[in-house]
Design a protein around this ligand. Structure first.
Ligand SMILES: C[S@@+](CC[C@H](N)C(=O)[O-])C[C@H]1O[C@@H](n2cnc3c(N)ncnc32)[C@H](O)[C@@H]1O
Length: 403
């Protein structure tokens, strides 16, 4: 099946969303990661033309802008970008003509990764991989695992995972007779016709997707549930290699089904917190757009259905024992994904400081000798303690009955 020819004709809503998250993430990421003093490399693995035909920037132009911004710093950190593109390398080179520290590699992503892994790898570097293919055929899971096993100074990966396309392809390969919803057809989904269940296992890192689709076939679950189970399985597997994995579903309003998932994997809580904030901002923005009648959005219901608890209630539920603020935030993200920003969690805790939460800070005072109210765990130790609710005294005082 040929891929949709006019992907680059016009930048559509879901491409804008991916790029917005990438764009907003890169500035704070680069500012932070370059303080390590190690060289930093951004690899855009399915780079595209660089610019859409309607003039909008694609991921390469966005990345090049951030590389340039870092070069303008004094002293300039060692930051470079690598763009891998099979079909549009010439256009990409032209679009990046004015960019510095950017290298275009014409060719196949898989060949590049395999060549990279078998060559002399400099581990003393930070790498950020942006993986944005049309479909799933090139997303061999073991490449991510092998990259991680190298032990770079740091490695972060942002993957556009077309979960719906994966399951649709799975149904076709397993010759399932249950019809999948019509909308699940994705014109951006590219397959070379050479897919096999074994190859799909390699993408998913296991055959759990076949069990999920068997349940779909027997009507134990619907397609929506199948997608949710599949992404849960995928994240669990990626989580065996990276400390933190978060994802954002991008859904089509009329069906409430993710068009795809952006999956982010990192070992660094700073990276996790930054990405959660960005994904949350993008989700809210699209929610607004949906209210304005646009087509694509994140589905609010899925995120709000996380128990219907307030943020404070979610914090209380997590806080059985005193906890370091940073670890508490990590636990909350593990449980509630991108539902809230770091700032929202901190504000909710601070609002009830003294009544619901007791905060112990080290140092307890500011440099000017005032009591510290800091919520910045990078500047000192902050332990959050639950304050048990006050129970009425027992036995209660009975009212004196008048004769
Ligand atoms: C979804 S587009 C990328 C869009 C890009 N991230 C952007 O924001 O502008 C996927 C790109 O991957 C390229 N591509 C497809 N298969 C590839 C492969 N095996 N290796 C490298 N590039 C490939 C396609 O030519 C296409 O330009």
């Amino acid at each position: 099946m040929a891929v949709k020819q006019n992907f680059f004709a016009e930048k559509r809503e879901w491409s804008k969303l991916k790029d917005q998250i990438l764009d907003h993430y890169l500035a704070p990421y680069l500012a932070k990661i370059t303080t390590s003093g190690r060289p930093t490399r951004i690899a855009d693995c399915f780079a595209g033309k660089g610019r859409f035909d309607d003039g909008q920037p694609g991921s390469p132009i966005i990345i090049a802008k951030h590389v340039d911004a870092m070069r303008a710093r004094s002293p300039a950190p060692d930051v470079k970008a690598i763009f891998i593109e099979q079909k549009y390398a010439a256009e990409l080179r032209a679009n990046l003509a004015a960019a510095s520290n950017c290298q275009v590699i014409e060719g196949d992503y898989e060949q590049f990764v395999l060549g990279f892994l078998s060559g002399r790898v400099d581990r003393d570097r930070n790498y950020f991989f942006y993986v944005d293919p049309y479909g799933i055929k090139s997303l061999n899971f073991s490449h991510f695992a092998r990259l991680k096993a190298v032990g770079f100074q740091s490695l972060e990966i942002l993957i556009n995972l077309n979960t719906t396309g994966f399951l649709r392809e799975g149904c076709r390969l397993l010759k399932l007779t249950r019809k999948i919803p019509e909308w699940a057809d994705d014109l951006d989904f590219d397959t070379d016709g050479k897919n096999t269940p074994v190859r799909m296992d390699e993408v998913a890192d296991g055959n759990y997707w076949q069990t999920i689709l068997a349940d779909f076939q027997t009507r134990t679950i619907d397609f929506h549930q199948a997608e949710e189970q599949f992404i849960a399985g995928y994240i669990e597997r990626l989580g065996t290699h990276f400390k933190y994995v978060v994802n954002i579903p991008i859904k089509e309003r009329s069906h409430h089904m993710p068009k795809y998932r952006l999956v982010f994997a990192t070992d660094y809580h700073d990276g996790l917190f930054l990405m959660v904030n960005e994904m949350n901002a993008a989700w809210r923005k699209l929610l607004e757009q949906e209210r304005g009648g646009q087509l694509y959005l994140f589905d609010a219901t899925a995120l709000e259905a996380l128990g219907g608890l307030t943020i404070q209630e979610k914090v209380i539920a997590e806080l059985r024992l005193p906890m370091n603020l940073r670890d508490l935030l990590i636990c909350l993200i593990r449980k509630h994904g991108i539902a809230h920003t770091i700032g929202e969690y901190k504000a909710a805790i601070k609002e009830k400081e003294g009544s619901v939460f007791k905060l112990m800070r080290d140092p307890p005072k500011t440099p000017t000798g005032k009591p510290s109210h800091s919520m910045d765990y990078n500047k000192g130790k902050i332990i959050v303690n639950p304050i048990p609710p006050k129970w009425p005294k027992w036995p209660p005082k009975w009212p004196v009955l008048q004769p």
